[in-house]
Design a binder for this molecule. Structure first.
Ligand code: FES
Length: 115
């Protein structure tokens, strides 16, 4: 048996080819705090509240950075112009503002501060 860094392929059930609903998971390090189906109309903070995970917020407008989280799996798109609450280096390392960012696919969010 050899070790691999490739993700394991999930076996497909040939009788069930229905599309799966994307899920957002909230982690604190290795601990799963909650998860819920992705609603592309909702922000990360709104998803967290819906599954009982508390995220700190303040301005809720992208200015303060209080709601910064780390995307540790998947993608959450950045706006064309970074809001004042998110520095470019942090965005490059997966930092996103929970009050403004909306996931559209499977994503894992670490709510430990990225800095
Ligand atoms: S709460 Fe201030 S940037 Fe999100």
């Amino acid at each position: 048996m050899t070790a691999t860094s490739e993700p394991l392929e999930q076996e497909q059930d040939p009788k069930n080819d229905a599309p799966t609903t994307p899920v957002i998971r909230f982690l604190r390090g290795p601990h799963l705090l909650g998860q819920i189906a992705v609603n592309p109309e909702q922000t990360i903070v709104e998803h967290a509240e819906a599954c009982g995970v508390e995220l700190p917020t303040s301005c809720t407008s992208g200015t303060c950075g209080t709601c910064t989280v780390s995307v540790v799996f998947g993608e959450v798109a950045l706006p064309d112009e970074l809001p004042p609450g998110l520095e470019a280096w942090l965005a490059e390392e997966g930092g996103r503002l929970g009050c403004m960012s909306k996931p559209h696919a499977d994503v894992d969010i670490d709510i430990m501060p990225p800095i």
